[in-house]
Write a protein that binds this ligand. Structure first.
Ligand SMILES: Nc1ncnc2c1ncn2[C@@H]1O[C@H](COP(=O)(O)OP(=O)(O)OP(=O)(O)O)[C@@H](O)[C@H]1O
Ligand SMILES: [Mg+2]
Length: 389
């Protein structure tokens, strides 16, 4: 894994009031995006997604409020300098129609005065990164390519000067479902390698859940309805608006259809009240764990202390934690997530007929969601195709 190359983005009470409109398109939006994070913005048409995105790179000037990029005030920076540090991908690629792929991708390096050779090498590298054969495509014009290919060129162009921030406005909107999944997977692979800070606007909740570390759900006027990880949003929608927005999504249904036993649980170290603490701690460390599960004579869970808690007494204490997060292996993932969130824990103990058999973390559930979507979507996409007239 490489280092984070992205920078943080903070919007503080950002307002956009378009001339001649009584109501602001965005009223007092405040959000923080961490360096290297992918945030997806979703919400109904006209709620202010594009406006918000464009205020980050000042294609639209905020009426008031502050935008901080990498901790510095973007509203005070020179707008052209600012934009060179921010890749921007618009719907359908937004390529210059009379320029070849090579020239389109090299647009920003050209502005930055890179020499021919460096530019050419960079174009080659980027086309490879987005999965287009450089020799085949560099001389083509946008109209000689499919929509998905054009969008990939759009992504390559946005990445050309290696900007720490990438803004994408419905970048995969205009392509068929199969290509869309491929482009999403490519973006995930690129992000794994480059760790940019990415803000992506999408209409598709499943796309948001698949791609983003955090999802921002907006309603009219750029009102924040919820801002959280996909797991939080799926398991604990903040209100009816969010519920309605994500409720019909396939992912939620999927979570309710998958059980805890479908995910291999992680091993746990068991201890019984009265066991010598240093012996228990040694076993935990041997397994690379910094906690143990205290169980009764029938392996039923009693407590889930950390090694340091255990070591604070000479022997394992006989304490019963009433709020222990526990899920039977037959429980659905949706229920397991509920238990985690109710207990404010990042995991649950997995039991089989009441006996502890392992543990499951929220990350494992999240990975599972991603894997399943990668597997399931091409099929769904193929079905959509077949069903189409
Ligand atoms: N240049 C403009 N002048 C006046 N009003 C505008 C302008 N651009 C956008 N608006 C209004 O601001 C609001 C937010 O628009 P915005 O384009 O940010 O929405 P959006 O969430 O991106 O919608 P969509 O999902 O349809 O792309 C809308 O009510 C829109 O009509
Ligand atoms: Mg828009």
């Amino acid at each position: 894994m490489s280092e984070t190359t992205g920078v943080s983005i903070e919007l503080e009470k950002v307002v956009k009031r378009y001339r001649g409109q009584d109501r602001p398109a965005v009223k007092e939006l405040s959000i923080a995006i961490e360096a290297g994070e992918t945030v997806a913005i979703v919400g109904p048409s006209g709620c202010g997604k594009t406006t918000t995105l464009k205020m980050i790179n000042r294609l639209i000037e905020p009426t008031s409020g502050t935008v901080l990029i990498g901790g510095t005030d973007a509203t005070a920076a020179d707008a052209d300098d600012l934009r060179q540090g921010i890749g921007y991908v618009v719907q359908a690629g937004g390529l210059f129609p009379h320029w070849t792929v090579e020239r389109n991708v090299a647009a920003v390096p050209g502005l930055l005065g890179w020499d021919k050779e460096r530019t050419r090498d960079r174009v080659t590298e980027l086309l490879e990164l987005v999965g287009l054969d450089p020799e085949q495509f560099r001389g083509r014009y946008p109209k000689e390519m499919s929509g998905g290919q054009q969008q990939r060129v759009g992504v390559a162009r946005a990445l050309a000067a290696d900007p720490p921030v990438l803004l994408m406005d419905e970048p995969f909107g205009a392509v068929d479902p199969i290509t869309r999944v491929r482009l999403q997977d490519q973006l995930l692979a690129i992000q794994e390698e480059l760790h940019k800070t990415i803000v992506i606007v999408t209409h598709d909740v499943d796309e948001a859940i698949k791609l983003a570390d955090r999802v921002l759900i907006l309603s009219e006027g750029g009102q924040v309805e919820q801002y959280g990880t996909p797991e939080e949003i799926l398991a604990a929608p903040a209100n009816e608006f969010v519920e309605e927005f994500v409720g019909s999504g396939a992912t939620l249904r999927h979570l309710s259809l998958t059980t805890v036993s479908d995910i291999p649980s992680a091993p746990v170290v068991l201890a019984r009240p009265g066991d010598p603490s240093d012996e228990v701690a040694a076993r935990a460390r041997e397994s690379g764990l910094n906690w143990v599960v205290v169980v009764d004579a029938d392996d039923r869970p009693r407590a889930w202390p950390s090694v340091s808690e255990v070591l604070s007494k000479p022997v394992v204490s006989d304490y019963v934690d009433q709020r222990l997060p526990v899920a039977e292996r037959t429980a659905t993932l949706a229920d397991a997530l509920d238990v985690m969130l109710a207990a404010s824990q990042g995991g649950v103990l997995v039991t089989q007929r009441g006996k502890v058999i392992g543990s499951l973390t929220i990350e494992q559930v999240a990975n599972r969601i991603r894997e399943r979507q990668a597997l399931a979507n091409p099929e769904q996409a193929a079905d959509t195709y077949r069903a189409a007239p």
